[in-house]
Design a protein. Structure first.
Length: 214
């Protein structure tokens, strides 16, 4: 059965007041909307998440809201700044909270499509994109092949977060459209069949509690 309404959720930005990674994410979500998706933006700064703590079993609303939005989404777009050669701590912390999706049905990011963006001061933004892709795979999602590592982001956007060259807007829109297009494919025929899900469940690592009592 083909799903008619798709939701694409963007997660990203930084704690900076004027965040280039957030600006890029907004533009990519425009592309997803152009392609027919309903979009939602989860801004890392606004979420103001506490540090992930495995002992915290009553996390604040912001954590629950983020996890619920991500669980409901068909597609995701992640956008992190590059910090010290990898993703930022605040972005990774948001991803760590997705541990709470372990008991959802299906768990984590099963059959969700993810588009990846990074903004860097230099030219090595692909390192942050690759780090995000490791996380997508760990959480059982599917990264789209088109990625957007934005080099020298300080000169790519103006102070209002508008790209200085229209080609960047077009590329970010293309990523948003691609996430939506792939999400349609996955929604009409999810690639994770029951046998694959069973195999995956069989190799799930022990939880901390199980490991201690083993
Ligand atoms: C703590 C810190 C570490 C950074 N490390 C790198 C880095 O390793 N390589 C790089 O190219 N840019 C680095 N930058 C620059 C940021 O990636 C760049 O300014 C990015 O656009 C910031 O995104 P934001 O505006 O969303 O915060 C760093 C910036 C900060 C604040």
């Amino acid at each position: 059965m083909t799903k008619k309404h798709l939701t694409v959720v963007g997660l990203g930005g930084s704690l900076a007041l004027h965040s280039n990674s957030l600006a890029a994410l907004r533009i990519a979500l425009e592309g997803a909307a152009e392609a027919g998706a309903t979009t939602e933006l989860l801004d890392i700064r606004q979420l103001s998440l506490p540090m992930y703590d495995p002992a915290n079993d009553s996390p604040p609303d912001s954590v629950r809201r983020m996890c619920d939005a991500i669980h409901r989404a068909d597609g995701l777009i992640w956008s992190s700044p590059m910090y010290n050669g990898t993703i930022s701590g605040s972005f990774k912390n948001a991803l760590d909270w997705l541990k709470l999706l372990d008991d959802r049905n299906p768990p984590y990011l099963t059959d969700k499509v993810v588009g990846l963006i990074s903004t860097a001061g230099g030219v090595q933004g692909l390192q942050a994109v690759n780090t995000m892709e490791f996380v997508v795979r760990a959480l059982r999602g599917w990264a789209v092949p088109l990625v957007m590592p934005i080099a020298q982001a300080w000169k790519a956007f103006d102070e209002r977060g508008i790209p200085r060259v229209s080609q960047l807007t077009e590329q970010l829109h293309a990523l948003g459209r691609e996430v939506t297009r792939a999400s349609f494919q996955f929604a009409s025929e999810p690639p994770t069949k029951e046998d694959a899900a069973r195999a995956e469940a069989g190799i799930t690592p022990l939880s901390d509690r199980e490991a201690k009592s083993a």
